[in-house]
Design a protein around this ligand. Structure first.
Ligand code: MN3
Length: 208
């Protein structure tokens, strides 16, 4: 099997009360696992040799045989986006960004609150299922966008803003429905309490 479900670096209850343990367990062990399984099933017997890294697979969708490309885009996108999502949240999160990332937020948005407002608008405004992103664009500027389904800003031209992602939020209902039901804005606001800023800043520096 080319791809595997990554182990979380923290316990399912580590992000309580912002992201509850039951949701985390089902989200990781059922939803994420299923994307990985279905991606592997699509690749198996296709004759296509996938790259070791699932992100490289998604960044080069045009190399994937046409008959499995949409399945890889959907299931592989689900696998990759969740891998990234688990990295940008963590226990003890939510403090505040530091270093170069804090400077960029200050310079381009006028402060953390304004940046969060922009991100929240993208997350809340994305119709149905999708993802909200912050990333570094071609001009090395911090940017915010959203994508439908399991697409990512690198899935293809015209999807999101084409940035290199540094922060992501899952806004599929499976990410929040058990605790927040229809109250997506409440979940989006709570998410900030779980953001692992040192990790996001590391992604930011790497993306520059
Ligand atoms: Mn999800």
């Amino acid at each position: 099997m080319p791809y595997t479900l990554p182990k979380l670096k923290y316990a399912y209850d580590a992000l309580e009360p912002h992201m509850d343990a039951r949701t985390m367990e089902i989200h990781h062990s059922k939803h994420h696992q299923t994307y990985v399984d279905k991606l592997n099933a699509a690749l198996e017997g296709s004759g296509f040799q996938p790259p070791d890294c699932v992100f490289d697979l998604l960044k080069n969708l045009d190399k994937v045989p046409e008959n499995i490309r949409q399945t890889v885009r959907n299931q592989g996108g689900g696998a990759a986006n969740h891998n990234f999502f688990w990295e940008v949240v963590g226990p003890g999160g939510g403090e505040a960004p530091a270093g170069a990332l804090a400077e960029a937020i200050e310079k381009e948005y006028g402060g953390l609150e304004a940046f969060q407002k922009k991100f929240n608008e993208a997350a809340i405004g994305q119709f149905a299922s999708g993802w909200a992103w912050a990333g570094v664009d071609q001009n090395k500027k911090l940017c915010v966008c959203s994508t439908p389904n399991h697409d990512a800003p690198y899935t293809g031209a015209g999807i999101g803003c084409g940035c290199i992602p540094v922060l992501v939020l899952d806004i599929w209902e499976h990410a929040y429905y058990l605790k927040y039901q229809n109250r997506r804005p409440e979940f989006v606001n709570a998410f900030w309490n779980a953001v692992n800023w040192p990790q996001v800043e590391a992604f930011y520096r790497k993306a520059l």
